[in-house]
Design a binder for this molecule. Sequence first.
Ligand SMILES: [Zn+2]
Ligand SMILES: [Zn+2]
Length: 398
Amino acid sequence: MPARREPPLTAARRLLPRMQIWREAIHREPELSHRERTTREKITSALDELGIPYRTCSGFYGVLGLLGEGRPGPVVALRADMDALPVTEATGLPFSSRIDGAMHACGHDVHMAALLGAGAILAERGRSIAGPVKLIFQPAEEDGCEGGALPFLRRGCFRDPKVDFVVGQHVDPAVPAGVVGLKAGPCMAAADTLKIVVHGHGGHASSPHQGPDAILIAAEIVVGLQALVSRVRNPVDPVVVSVGSIHGGTRHNILPDEVVLEGTVRTFRPSTRELMERALRRRVRAIAQSLGARASVDYERGYPALWNPPKETFRIEQGLRSALGGARVRELEFPVMGAEDFARYLERVPGTFLRLGAATPGRAASLHSATFAPPEESLEVGAAALVAATDTLQRSRA
Ligand SMILES: [Zn+2]
Ligand SMILES: [Zn+2]
């Protein structure tokens, strides 16, 4: 049995072979959002092995582990997401996905195995654990609309005992492996989806004067949306509007009745989010009307922006520096325009979201790519970072 207060990184190194087994088993059988049944079984059997009590609920694949029940310190929740993506794996790893068209291309396999590793380290402390720790294994993060955090919160994952702080992490190929990145304030963007339908007048392409051309209007809209980004919002407040798909028409000499555009809108401030939605609806309608057509706009709010509270983020940064060594901790300069439903937890309690280094020399794969393969080092540093953050938050009362 190891010493009770073994440094987190030493403990994580000792547990690495176990974390690798968990990670590889999860990685081999990836499951898409809302279908994480087998993944849940793997997590509950690992928790059984570790002697960590947990709860599950019917009709939802989340797992909630609980350590140190009744201990006096603040309650810390640690969260990992569980779902995979519809990507066919091309990493060549010996534990590659066995499921055609599904892959852990966003590193959630690493998040789960690192959280199990952190749970194992904290469980070894037995009664000397400073306070209760909840292990939140959350499905459906990639879903993008309702996600998995909101349904889990509705099912009471932050109640009984009430959570005081929350910590999560995501692998990041822009941060060197072995390093943990932190950033106070705006960290990840709000993500809204956009669907525009342009109603034109179909007919022979040789007679475009006979009615509004939906293709031309769609092109004007794509350009007009970028003018909103550059001329409506404050230039020091980041915004992205991207049109990711355009569908219209069947062949070269027929003008279609209708063109459908789909896109995403990313913002940080709630007031900017409001501004962009209002301005975008107005601009799309105005462009269509000015060319004699009509356009409908369907604007759906997705995850809110993720803001790391400065007080807890700085405190955790200090804690990580002393537990892991300064060379393993980096203050990040920029937020990212990606979105995360971890933001839902931070809307309720303070904490932080860490960016776990996953850059590997010679592999430049990005998240969601078929060749993304975070290295083993991410597992041990991820588990150690979660334990060190928990220790820091439980040293001072909520
Ligand atoms: Zn993802
Ligand atoms: Zn992800």
